[in-house]
Design a protein around this ligand. Structure first.
Ligand code: SDX
Length: 431
C-alpha cells in the first residue's frame, strides 16, 4: 500500500504541503511534521495535547476504552498474576523473564540496594522536616557524584548498571527520607526480603525490635508498584526523555523526573487527594466541594479526578479500589471513614453532569492514598512511593530513548508574541 499522506492547504495562497502519515500497531495514526521547520512552518501545541513526542514500544494507553498495556500485556493481568520485579524486567527488556532470567534480575537488584556510605551523611544536610520528595530529588541527583562509573549514557554496560542502581537504590533513598523525618536510625536493606517487603522493612523496622512485614500488605504494596510503573509519555517520563536527549547522565534525568512528578497535577495528586478527603471530612460536605470543583472562579479541583488521556475509568483506579478493600479488610478497617467518603464522592461525581460531560473519572491517585495511609504510610510519602515505582518506567523510557536512531536533542520552538525590534533607551528617556 502506498504511503498515506495528508495535504496542508493554505487559505491565503495556492501553497500546499504534503505530509506523511505514520501508523503504529495500536492507537491513533500520526502526521509526521518534521519537515515543516525546513519550510518555515511550526506547529503549535502547548501542553502537547495533540503531539506524539516519540515512537515507543513500551506502554500503550487507550483513553476512550480505558486500556493500559505494558509491552502488550493488560495491566489487569499483570496486577493479578505478575509482580513488580517481573514488570520492571518486562518494561526494560520487552519480554516477561524466564524463571532463570527473573532469578538473575532479582538477585542483581538485591545486590545494589545499599547506598554508598557517604550518602547517609548527604541526608543530614536537609532540615528534619524536609519533604521526602525534596530529599529524593536532591539525593537521586547526587547519585551522579557517587556512581560516576555508571553515568555515561552512551556506554551500554554503564546504562545497564545505572538501571539496576536506580531500581535498587531509590527505595532505600525513599525509606531513609522517611526515617530522617522521624529522627529514627536508617534501616539497611535486607537481602532476605522481596522488593516490597524490603521497602516495608526499611520504612517501619527499628534496631530495637524484630520486624516481619505483613505478607498481605507487602503483596498489596507490590501491586501498587506495578500499577504505577509506567504510563507512556506523561509529564515526568517526558521530563526524563528531554533531559536524557542532551546526553545528561541517568541519575540527573531521573532526578528531573522526580521533580516533575512532585506536582499536584501529576504524581503529587495522591497526597493532595488525601488532604482533600480530610478537608471534606464528612459526606454532608461533598456537595459543597463538588460545587467548588465546577466553579470556574474557584481554583479548587477534585483531586484524583480527570486525566489528559483517560476519558473513561483509569483501569488502575478500579484495581486500586479493590486493593483498598483487600487491605482495609486485612487490617480490620473496612469501616474506614475516608474510604467510605471516597466511595461516596466517586459515586456522586460520576452521576454529576459536569463530570460526565467532561469525562472526568477517578484516576490512579484517587484511591492510592487511602491504601497507603491504611498501611501506616504518611501522606508525605505517597508521591515518593509513586516515584519509587515509576523509576522502572523512567529507566525503560530513558533506555529506549538513548538507543533510538531517531533520537535528537529535544529542542521545541515557540510562537513569539513579544516586542518587535526596538533600539536601546537611555535612562533619561525611560518611564
Ligand atoms: C497522574 O499523564 C499521565 O499519564 C499521568 C499519570 C501517570 O501515571 O503518569 O496518570 C498520573 O498524574 C494522574 C492525574 C493526577 N492529577 C490529578 O488528579 C489532579 C486533578 N486533575 C486535573 O488537574 C486534570 O484532570 C489533569 C491535570 C489530570 C488533566 O488536565 P488536562 O488534561 O490539562 O485537562 P484540563 O485541565 O484542560 O481539564 C479539562 C476540563 C477543564 O474544564 P474547561 O476549561 O474545559 O471548562 O475539565 C476540567 C477543567 O477545569 N477538569 C476538572 C478536573 N480535571 C479537569 N474540573 C474539576 N476537577 C478536576 N479534577
Amino acid at each position: 500500500m502506498s504511503q498515506r499522506t495528508v495535504t496542508l492547504k493554505f487559505s491565503d495562497s495556492d501553497r500546499t504541503i504534503e505530509l506523511p502519515i505514520m501508523e503504529g500497531t495500536l492507537g491513533p495514526d500520526v502526521i509526521d511534521t518534521r519537515s515543516l521547520s525546513s519550510q518555515g512552518i511550526l506547529t503549535y501545541d502547548p501542553g502537547f495535547l495533540s503531539t506524539a513526542s516519540c515512537s515507543s514500544n513500551i506502554t500503550f494507553i487507550d483513553g476512550d476504552e480505558g486500556l493500559l498495556y505494558y509491552r502488550g500485556y493488560p495491566i489487569e493481568q499483570l496486577a493479578e498474576h505478575s509482580d513488580f520485579m517481573e514488570v520492571s524486567y518486562l518494561l526494560m527488556h520487552g519480554e516477561l523473564p524466564t524463571a532463570e532470567q527473573k532469578v538473575k534480575f532479582v538477585d542483581t537488584v538485591r545486590h545494589h540496594t545499599l547506598l554508598h556510605d557517604l550518602m547517609g551523611s548527604f541526608f543530614r544536610g536537609f532540615r528534619r522536616d524536609a519533604h521526602p520528595m525534596a530529599v529524593m530529588v536532591g539525593t537521586v541527583g547526587a547519585m551522579s557524584a557517587f556512581y560516576r562509573d555508571s553515568s555515561d549514557p552512551f556506554d551500554a554496560k554503564q546504562r545497564e548498571v545505572a538501571a539496576y542502581r536506580l531500581l535498587a537504590k531509590v527505595p532505600t533513598i525513599a525509606a531513609w527520607s522517611y526515617k530522617y523525618n522521624l529522627g529514627e536510625p536508617f534501616m539497611y536493606p535486607q537481602n532476605r526480603f522481596d522488593y516490597a517487603s524490603n521497602f516495608l522493612y526499611m520504612m517501619f523496622a527499628t534496631p530495637s525490635e524484630d520486624y516481619q512485614p505483613n505478607p498481605v500488605l507487602a503483596r498489596a504494596l507490590d501491586r501498587i508498584f506495578v500499577l504505577h510503573a509506567d504510563h507512556e509519555q506523561n509529564a515526568s517520563s517526558s521530563t526524563v526523555r528531554v533531559a536524557g536527549s542532551s546526553g545528561a547522565n541517568p541519575f540527573a534525568c531521573v532526578a528531573g523526573g522526580i521533580a516533575s512528578l512532585w506536582g499536584p497535577l501529576h504524581g503529587g495528586a495522591n497526597e493532595a487527594t488525601l488532604t482533600m478527603l480530610e478537608q471534606i471530612g464528612d459526606a454532608s460536605r461533598i456537595g459543597e466541594y463538588i460545587r467548588r470543583a465546577k466553579d470556574k472562579t474557584d481554583s479548587f479541583r477534585l483531586m484524583g479526578f480527570g486525566h489528559r488521556v483517560y476519558k473513561n475509568m483509569d483501569p488502575r483506579a478500579a484495581i486500586m479500589r479493590q486493593t483498598c478493600h483487600d487491605v482495609l479488610n486485612e487490617l480490620g478497617l473496612h469501616d474506614d471513614p475516608l474510604f467510605k467518603l471516597a466511595l461516596k464522592l466517586e459515586k456522586i461525581a460520576l452521576e454529576d453532569e459536569y463530570f460526565v460531560d467532561k469525562k472526568l473519572y477517578p484516576n490512579v491517585d484517587f484511591y492510592s492514598g487511602i491504601v497507603m495511609r491504611a498501611m501506616g504510610i504518611p501522606n508525605s510519602m505517597f508521591t515518593a512511593i509513586f516515584a519509587l515505582a515509576r523509576t522502572a518506567g523512567w529507566v525503560a523510557q530513558w533506555m529506549e530513548m538513548v538507543a533510538s536512531p531517531e533520537q535528537r536533542i529535544a529542542r521545541p520552538r515557540q510562537l513569539y508574541t513579544g516586542s518587535i525590534r526596538r533600539d536601546f533607551l537611555p535612562m533619561d528617556q525611560r518611564g
